[in-house]
Design a protein around this ligand. Structure first.
Ligand code: BG6
Length: 483
């Protein structure tokens, strides 16, 4: 029998995407390449072992510019949203989405980062997309930088390590807010801001295992610059009455492997620097006490400019957003680890996992919402959640994705319970309403969508869109709240 869930009437149900995973048109209208578009597709013997996709040398990157090796770079093609956005936005509307989360490609607006004036062609594309969303009655959430920093900024300026990149970013963010504040109410300055430190320079390694380009995105100094960049966006947003700025974290929900106090303590301690540290800086507005000790113990020195502390203090975000896909365990003595992820943590014997080894834990979502609300009392938004699966169209040109319906229903139920717990959760954008190129494994085969896209891992196919079973299920759910 169907179960009716309780959600506020104005709850924002939606879907999330990112420019480098959908747009394609990598060299059109003045756009520069981003780092992500320089990572080739590599067929893996074991889908869960992503390490092979990460062993790129600096030379590999440089060779990729003119594609000297004739490789396939999936994020250069995405799902051709650049040309098919009208069709996609109409489908999102039909599926019942009320909000669409997307990102802007920095390289379309300031291809080299240091231009004085923005690229009008780039602005025109996004204006058209936003207008289309409005025409379809969709609210918009924009991620200003979703992993795709333009390569020229990395190559010529050293990426986020260089303080000047904060100014380049802020100039870019200001242009977006000035141009598009009438369309876009919700802004996320930096996607999964914690990944830069947690994953290190996962994008590029040279043969000696030393990272190149001064450990792109790999240190707390880079992170400090990202915190400052974000605080500047929050400060600037105050000029506008109608917009809100949120943080975005890859939420790492962990439990102690068991009730052995050694493991419980280990989890508590690890949770501080793995997760709460980021929220603390962006919501409480200062580096917390335990981080200062951590930096001292690990000889980490963060170079701050005069005024940085005040900027952070005065500009906490308006809301918290986070991605939630899974949970894992922590123990003093590392046991069996999860697979298929760039961040590996402990397995949980009580949980099942997706084909990529991501442990499915709907109750962990309610746990996380409770934890964040209790600690911060700031409105919450789930900006990513979903399941990646190997899928093929059947003879009826659809996919019977009951597993996705099950995954979503179980998470929605826990969200509804969290709201009953008294938590201010105001929206949810699933990853993702339509199949996209995977961020981590760079393939089309890992499909998350309500809509199937007919491209394979080499971008072969018609690109046509087909509704999966979950499309109609979601549409009905948004109307009836029944699972
Ligand atoms: C999040 C990212 O980490 O996870 C998305 O913000 C990404 O860009 C999503 O696509 C799922 O990860 P993957 O590797 O399965 O695409």
């Amino acid at each position: 029998m169907a179960k009716k869930l309780k959600f506020p009437k104005d709850f924002l149900w939606g879907g999330a995407t990112a420019a480098s995973q959908i747009e394609g048109a990598y060299d059109v209208d003045g756009k520069s390449l981003s780092l992500l578009e320089m990572i080739p597709y590599i067929e893996l013997k074991d889908k869960k072992d992503l390490t092979a996709t990460r062993k790129l040398t600096k030379q590999d990157l440089l060779d990729s510019i003119e594609n000297k090796k004739g490789l396939h770079y999936p994020k250069r093609f995405g799902i051709d949203f650049y040309n098919r956005y009208k069709e996609d936005i109409a489908l999102f509307k039909e599926a019942g989405l009320k909000i669409f989360r997307m990102s802007v490609a920095w390289g379309r607006i300031f291809p080299n980062g240091d231009e004085k004036e923005p690229n009008q062609k780039g602005l025109e594309f996004y204006r058209n997309v936003f207008k289309e969303c409005k025409k379809q009655g969709l609210e918009i959430m924009v991620t200003i930088n979703h992993f795709d920093t333009p390569f020229p900024i990395v190559q010529n300026h050293g990426g986020w390590r260089n303080r000047q990149v904060v100014d380049m970013y802020f100039k870019y963010a200001k242009v977006l807010i000035d141009e598009f504040n009438e369309y876009v109410k919700y802004w996320l300055p930096i996607n999964e801001i914690n990944l830069s430190v947690l994953m290190g320079a996962f994008f590029v390694e040279d043969n000696t295992k030393k990272t190149v380009f001064e450990k792109i995105n790999s240190s707390y100094q880079d992170l400090h610059h990202q915190f400052i960049a974000q605080a500047k966006v929050v400060e600037y947003s105050k000029k506008f009455k109608n917009i809100q700025v949120g943080c975005m974290l890859a939420n790492s929900t962990t439990y102690a492997l068991d009730c052995n106090p050694i493991n419980v303590f280990e989890n508590q301690q690890k949770e501080l620097m793995r997760k709460l540290f980021y929220y603390d800086v962006m919501i409480k507005g200062e580096y917390p006490w335990y981080s200062l000790k951590y930096f001292k113990d690990n000889n980490i020195e963060i170079i701050k400019e005069k005024g940085d502390d005040e900027l952070l203090k005065n500009n906490p975000v308006d809301f918290i957003s986070f991605s939630y896909y899974m949970s894992s365990t922590i123990a003093k003595e590392e046991g069996e680890l999860t697979e298929g992820n760039l961040m590996k943590l402990g397995k949980n014997p009580f949980l099942e996992a997706s084909e990529w080894g991501w442990q499915i834990d709907p109750i962990g979502l309610r746990y996380t919402l409770n934890q964040l609300w209790d600690r911060y009392h700031v409105p919450l938004f789930i900006s990513e959640n979903g399941i990646g699966v190997l899928e093929k169209l059947n003879e009826k040109n659809t996919v019977e994705d009951d597993y996705r319906i099950d995954y979503l229903s179980r998470h929605f139920e826990q969200m509804s319970l969290a709201i009953e717990d008294g938590i201010n959760l105001f929206g949810y954008t699933m990853w993702t309403p339509i199949d996209v190129v995977s961020a981590g494994s760079n393939e089309m085969s890992k499909r998350y969508g309500l809509i199937f896209v007919d491209y394979d891992d080499y971008h072969k196919g018609t690109g046509d869109r087909f509704k999966k079973k979950s499309f109609d299920w979601f549409k009905k759910f948004v109307k009836t709240m029944e699972i």
